[in-house]
Design a protein around this ligand. Structure first.
Ligand code: AMP
Length: 228
């Protein structure tokens, strides 16, 4: 793939939103367009669980229940990811921060790396839509990079079949776990919206639209930020 030209100023972005808002899909689209490095904490943790690493063994039960992994462990994980960032490149945090201590910790962590946060994109989608999306979400595996499929979306199912992939449900997309993840989002993550609004960093994106439309709207906001 041809290398994307770097934008004038590397921007550092946090993507906030409830589970099922489409954070990962939007993150991927923005990363390609804006030459950003995505740090997706949920995927990082799932990879550790899959590899049965010491971290993976420590966090597996939290993920299975839909609970948050303790802040101290997340802090270490994120710091390690930050250390590895290309200084010329901006980042996009997908799934971090999720608690107030993480948001406060992030400020110090960024200062240690000579960075500041430029913008927080908040994906707006209501609970009913989250439950509909996640209960029907499957992951197409075994066909190159895994990608999400919805049971109501015939085109994505056929794409998976054509690649001879198979559909699996994430353990934490089971209905009772989805409810727990949503409760945690409202209790622990939603207060961050006010925190970032107070810091004049928050921009809303309507996430009820298709992923392509949401990505386009988010991109327009980032481009405005880049040239501001
Ligand atoms: P996600 O893929 O972003 O939905 O994350 C999946 C799971 O990983 C969450 O339900 C949590 O158990 C864990 N996780 C991801 N990011 C964090 C975080 N910043 N703090 C605590 N737990 C996290």
């Amino acid at each position: 793939m041809a290398e994307q030209p770097s934008p004038a100023k590397p921007i550092n972005v946090v993507l906030l939103g409830p589970p099922g808002a489409g954070k990962s899909t939007i993150a991927e689209a923005l990363a390609v367009e804006q030459h950003l490095t995505v740090i997706a904490t949920g995927q990082r943790l799932r990879d550790e669980v899959e590899a049965r690493s010491p971290i993976g063994r420590a966090v597996a039960a939290y993920l299975e229940r839909g609970d948050l992994v303790p802040d101290s462990l997340m802090d270490r994980l994120l710091r390690a990811s930050m250390d590895m960032l290309d200084p010329e490149c901006g980042f996009l945090l997908d799934g971090y921060p999720r608690t107030m201590p993480q948001a406060v910790g992030l400020v110090g962590m960024l200062a240690d790396h000579g960075r500041t946060l430029d913008i927080v994109l908040a994906l707006a989608v209501d609970d009913d839509e989250v439950v509909r999306r996640l209960s029907g979400r499957r992951i197409c595996e075994g066909a190159g990079d895994p990608f999400p499929v919805h049971v109501d979306d015939l085109a994505s199912i056929l794409r998976c079949r054509e690649r001879q992939g198979h559909l699996v449900q994430r353990d934490d997309d089971r209905p009772e776990v989805v409810r727990q993840r949503l409760n945690i989002y409202h209790e622990q993550t939603q207060p961050l919206l006010e925190f970032y609004a107070d810091h004049k960093l928050l921009r809303w994106v309507n996430a009820r639209n298709t992923p392509a439309e949401v990505a386009r709207a988010a991109l327009i906001i980032l481009k405005q930020e880049e040239t501001a």
